[in-house]
Design a protein around this ligand. Structure first.
Ligand code: C5P
Length: 214
């Protein structure tokens, strides 16, 4: 019997991160935030000034010296938990995520999270590529306006600089790039349940998902 996976995909700031973490906690399952891996590769690429060299970025992804300890994320031993949340890192993440060799390099690393009693995995291609046999697939989304407002609040709470108009623009640009790429594009699968969260609170979204887990 395969270890159960709940795949939650969707665009940035759709609420999928919070919802996935809450569902994992409620079920006592492991939790994979796959976007953080792409953000780590992006940060490594920025630090090495390798963003324009796909082969160099793929090599960084292959050797990624990342660790997840006690809720903190380390890159080569340095705490980058907050650094990888910057908009610069997000933009570079969506760029490096379009490199097929980068996605290949991260595949096994993501699948290793599938351990008993189960896994809640969130990202863009959890249901399509990484865990296509997941018994439960969800696609969380929300309007660009709702998502830009959420991201704005998150950044303000972290004391990071934010501008609502440029956030809207960056989100739209990143969505377009994630949806248009040839490898593992962002999309709603026919077998995924659509969750439109524009007018839902986090609690409502968590309940909506939980009630539909088969
Ligand atoms: O989810 P998050 O905003 O942290 O993801 C950052 C970027 O990483 C996304 O814009 C996307 O390009 C990429 N990503 C991906 N596949 C995933 C998770 C994230 O391509 N499974």
């Amino acid at each position: 019997e395969a270890v159960p996976v709940i795949a939650i995909d969707g665009p940035s700031a759709s609420g999928k991160g919070t919802v996935a973490a809450r569902v994992a906690e409620a079920l006592g399952y492991h939790y994979l935030d796959s976007g953080s891996l792409y953000r780590l590769v992006a940060l490594a690429a920025i630090q090495a000034d390798a963003g324009d060299d796909p082969a160099a970025v793929a090599a960084l992804a292959e050797a990624l010296p990342a660790e997840f300890v006690g809720g903190r994320i380390l890159l080569s031993g340095a705490d980058v938990t907050d650094a990888i949340r910057s908009e610069d890192c997000a933009a570079m993440a969506s760029k490096v995520a379009a490199i097929p060799a980068v996605r290949d390099a991260l595949l096994e690393r993501q699948r290793a999270y599938r351990r008993a009693p189960g896994l809640v995995a969130e990202g863009r291609d959890m249901g399509s590529v990484v865990f296509p046999d997941a018994a439960n697939k969800f696609f969380l989304t929300a309007s660009v306006t709702a998502r830009a407002e959420r991201r704005y609040k998150q950044l303000m709470e972290k004391g990071l600089p934010a501008n609502i108009d440029s956030l809207s623009e960056e989100l739209s640009l990143r969505d377009a790039r994630d949806a248009a790429r040839s490898v593992a594009p962002l999309m709603k699968l026919p077998d995924a349940i659509l969750v439109e969260t524009s007018d839902m609170s986090i609690d409502e979204a968590v309940r909506f998902v939980t009630e539909r887990i088969a």
